[in-house]
Design a protein around this ligand. Structure first.
Ligand SMILES: NC(=O)c1ccc[n+]([C@@H]2O[C@H](COP(=O)([O-])OP(=O)(O)OC[C@H]3O[C@@H](n4cnc5c(N)ncnc54)[C@H](O)[C@@H]3O)[C@@H](O)[C@H]2O)c1
Length: 430
């Protein structure tokens, strides 16, 4: 099938590369010229495992092309996915300006198109947006009738950054909230080779499934952090508690790790958005309010722990290992590292940071941090080391590496080092 994708960020680019890999012809659209040029050269503007190779291969095969021209992309394809950002507004609600603009531009292109076309919303939007906001915009701009002259569907994306290509190709489920039968069939046919449950739902249910999934996972982590904080006070290993709980199949072990809290481009934004949306609907959303509050305070715990060891941070060298909000990505959006590093700098500490992929993105926001080319260089001579992202390469650091520190304090936000090792170094595991 010929597919156009509006927005070539994490979701759009991965979706495009994967659909091309599956044999489709993909036109990626973005407003950023630099991004478009990079993609056409086969260079992924973001870091994701396997993405560069998949993109390069399919550009070579002539299956992917990127452009800034939305109209021609829509005119020359059968189906258009919208994957533009839906960021938070100050009050937590989502800002749908970009997606509204995209829908309007698609509508204008549809006006000139004679054949039936399907528009699929892949961006995360609050329940009711596809049918209540975007569909009327498409109809108004095109002068055509949805369900008759063109089709509309909502197809939420569940990929995890860091494993985005793998997740797209091996989904747990596909949810298609189609307005019309023909659009459902089109979207379904794109995923026909995947072996997973496919649900057809009303669009607003599809929209809610996405929020419910992220809000639930965020809740699990905040729950673990709240109990983890208590465990810490009682000198109980919260990871052992998590293991004990995880054996219960109703609970399941995943997402029970306590630590410095969740971040990224999705959980913080989506939890805030569903809280704001609930309130707009006249509901209090007390549980999710608390989930968000626990997470807001959690990154500061590691700084408190550090200050218990080193009460005056002014002038002290603090090594920070890991800046990305999770391993295998260069994404630092809402990463706990942002609040932690800000606090360290505010306390007068000298921050030496290393991240295998996210340092360039972090540098744009934090110029007062020294960035090193390796974890070993960062910890050399440091008074203390904070481990903030569970990159595999940090697991390989040896006692000899940590002995090059000046001080003996290693505080783990993710508990990936051998606890025995941490003990030797006066370290604190979460
Ligand atoms: N990142 C994730 O892990 C993830 C996972 C699932 C769902 N989502 C959702 O998918 C959506 C996109 O997220 P993302 O992380 O890929 O965002 P992103 O910021 O990485 O990418 C969005 C892209 O859209 C482009 N864009 C904005 N307006 C445009 C327009 N009118 N025409 C063409 N391009 C335009 C931007 O330049 C940018 O490149 C969001 O709603 C997000 O909540 C994200």
């Amino acid at each position: 099938m010929k597919i156009s994708i509006i927005g070539s960020g994490y979701v759009g680019l991965v979706t495009g590369a994967c659909f091309a890999e599956l044999g489709n012809r993909v036109t990626l659209v973005d407003v950023l010229k630099d991004k478009v040029e990079k993609i056409n050269k086969g260079i992924a503007p973001i870091y994701e495992e396997k993405l560069d190779r998949m993109l390069g291969k399919n550009i070579g095969r002539g299956r992917i092309h990127a452009t800034t021209h939305l109209e021609s992309a829509v005119m020359n394809t059968h189906i258009t996915f919208i994957a533009v950002g839906t960021p938070s507004r100050k009050d937590g609600s989502i800002d749908i300006a970009c997606i509204m603009r995209a829908a309007e531009d698609i509508g204008k292109a549809l006006k000139k198109k004679t054949e039936y076309h399907t528009v699929v919303v892949k961006s995360t939007v609050v329940p009711g947006t596809t049918e209540g906001v975007l569909l009327p915009l498409l109809e108004k701009a095109s002068g055509k009738k949805a369900g008759k002259d063109f089709g509309v569907a909502m197809n939420p994306e569940f990929l995890k950054e860091g494993k985005a290509v793998h997740d797209f190709m091996n989904p747990d489920r596909i949810v298609i909230g189609a307005v019309d039968e023909k659009s459902y069939e089109r979207v379904f046919s794109l995923y026909r080779d995947f072996r997973c449950p496919v649900m057809r739902t009303p669009p607003r249910t599809a929209e809610m499934i996405k929020y419910a999934s992220n809000a639930f996972l965020a809740t699990k982590i905040s729950f673990s952090n709240e109990l983890g904080n208590l465990c810490k006070r009682l000198r109980i290993d919260s990871y052992e508690v998590a293991e004990g709980m995880g054996h219960d199949e109703r609970i399941e072990r995943k997402f029970l790790n306590s630590g410095i809290g969740w971040g990224g481009s999705c959980f913080p934004k989506d939890v805030k958005a569903i809280i704001a949306f609930g309130k707009e609907m006249g509901l209090k959303m007390e549980l999710l309010d608390s989930v968000e509050k626990v997470n807001r305070e959690q990154p500061m715990r590691i700084v408190e722990m550090l200050k218990e060891k080193i009460p005056v941070l002014r002038g002290r060298r603090i090594a920070v290992l890991g800046l990305a909000f999770k391993p295998d990505t260069d994404d630092i959006r809402e990463a706990p590292s942002i609040r932690i590093v800000s606090e360290l700098l505010k306390s007068g500490a000298f921050v030496i940071a290393y991240d295998p992929k996210a340092a360039d993105n972090f540098r744009r926001q934090f110029r007062d941090v020294e960035y090193t080319a390796s974890a070993r260089a960062a910890i050399e001579g440091a008074d203390a080391c904070l481990l903030l992202t569970e990159w595999d390469e940090f697991k390989k650091l040896t006692d000899e590496d940590f002995k090059r520190m000046k001080g003996k304090t290693i505080i783990e936000g993710r508990k990936i080092l051998d606890p025995e090792k941490a003990k030797q170094f006066d370290g604190v595991c979460w």
